[in-house]
Design a protein around this ligand. Structure first.
Ligand code: PMP
Length: 376
């Protein structure tokens, strides 16, 4: 089996599974219980929060809310800002290539009277400072721009974009950092909200965090409890939160060496694919080294993904969250690619355990499939 779909999810670290089991059986008390056992669980929970903030190089300027993942966090940001700060303004801006959990959540707010606008990206998939500046005005209450795109790996200059939004005191800046956290070095200190999932970091599915500026008050999306400082009702998964904090710390600690390893794999694959005539590479050269996206000019991508899958080689045609619903990539379309490119793309996503031999196995299998499968 050759798993090249790490941007969809990663295999949990074996030590993370052990850690989860150990914490779940040691600290099974409810951190909200006022007895001694509950208080010890709460202490561990608060320590996990501190660890997450410290891994992100943030301090008491921000707080950490544990939740089930980026989708929930993204929903909470949009719902919280629009229900708490509606009187400030009615305009919401989001990057045109955002993950569906941002894009669809933002668009759903038009029903409530918000003026929701996608921010166009350039041909590399980046939101530029110039474009964002041209769309900002006093009516904007929320701007959401992802750090690294999940399909092509484009990196946005989050500190520069956040700085633009800081010029408008009524507007909040959110960044979905699911594909950058622990992987790409970035300063998040100017962001009001950050969201990410644990399962892209070797932690467990169903864990994640919302980071928000300590000064921000949000009406809770969930009703029925005061857990997570009132931001998320319901009993917290302490073992999930602690495992997430340890995996994030581990990934941050190894991020430079891991980035170097995956850069070599990425470069090797890019060079091999450039030799195949019908392949067009969509990921910009300065993208996250963890992803490489390309399109077929002659073959149908879904057929190639299936043929690779029969050989136990696993890649994505488009992001796992949209692949059931959409036949084509709105990310590539927003980047100005033509319909052949946006209907026939593949994403390969790496982890540092892979070898150059694995990449050669992938390109060998791909070439064989392209020679055997009839073009469109
Ligand atoms: N945002 C981005 C950028 C992602 O890549 C993903 C996962 N595909 C999500 C949000 C959603 O994450 P989850 O499904 O863990 O909630």
């Amino acid at each position: 089996m050759l798993y090249l779909d790490n941007a969809a999810t990663t295999k949990p670290f074996p030590w993370a599974l052990e850690l989860y089991a150990k914490i779940a059986s040691t600290y099974f008390a409810n951190p909200s219980s006022i007895h001694y056992f509950g208080a010890s669980a709460k202490r561990e929970l608060e320590q996990a929060r501190e660890e997450v903030l410290s891994s992100l190089k943030l301090s008491s300027t921000h707080r950490c809310v544990f939740l089930s993942g980026a989708t929930e966090g993204n929903n909470m940001v949009f719902s919280g800002v629009t229900s708490t700060y509606a009187s400030r303004g009615k305009t919401i801006l989001f990057g045109a290539t955002e993950h569906p959990s941002v894009k669809e959540t933002a668009l759903s707010l038009t029903k409530l009277g918000f003026n929701v606008k996608p921010i166009p990206v350039n041909e590399e998939g980046k939101v530029t400072v110039e474009t964002l500046s041209s769309m900002m005005d006093k009516d904007v209450i929320l701007v959401s721009i992802m750090a690294v795109n999940n399909e092509v790996g484009t990196i946005n200059d989050i500190p520069a974009l956040a700085k633009v939004v800081k010029g408008y005191p009524k507007a909040f800046f959110h960044s979905d950092i699911t594909q950058s956290v622990g992987k790409v070095d970035m300063d998040y200190s100017l962001c009001d909200f950050l969201t990410f999932s644990g399962h892209k970091l070797g932690a467990l599915k169903g864990s994640g965090a919302l980071i928000l500026k300590s000064s921000i008050k949000l009406e809770s999306f969930h009703k029925g409890g005061t857990q997570e400082n009132g931001y998320r009702a319901g009993t917290v998964d302490l073992a999930g939160a602690m495992t997430l904090s340890k995996c994030l710390a581990y990934e941050e600690k190894h991020s430079e060496e891991n980035r170097y390893k995956v850069s070599l794999l990425n470069q090797h694959l890019r060079e091999s694919l450039e030799k195949i005539e019908e392949i067009e590479i969509n990921s910009p050269l300065d993208c996250s080294p963890y992803l490489l996206n390309f399109s077929f000019r002659l073959h149908k991508a879904s057929v190639i993904v299936e043929a690779l899958s029969e050989k136990e080689i696993y890649v994505s045609s488009i992001s796992a969250c949209s692949s059931k619903r959409e036949p084509s990539s709105y990310v590539l379309e927003a980047m100005g690619k033509d319909h052949i490119a946006y209907e026939n793309s593949i994403r390969v996503s790496f982890n540092p355990e892979l070898t150059i031999g694995d990449i050669d196995m992938f390109t060998g299998a791909l070439k064989q499939i392209l020679s055997e499968v009839k073009p469109r």
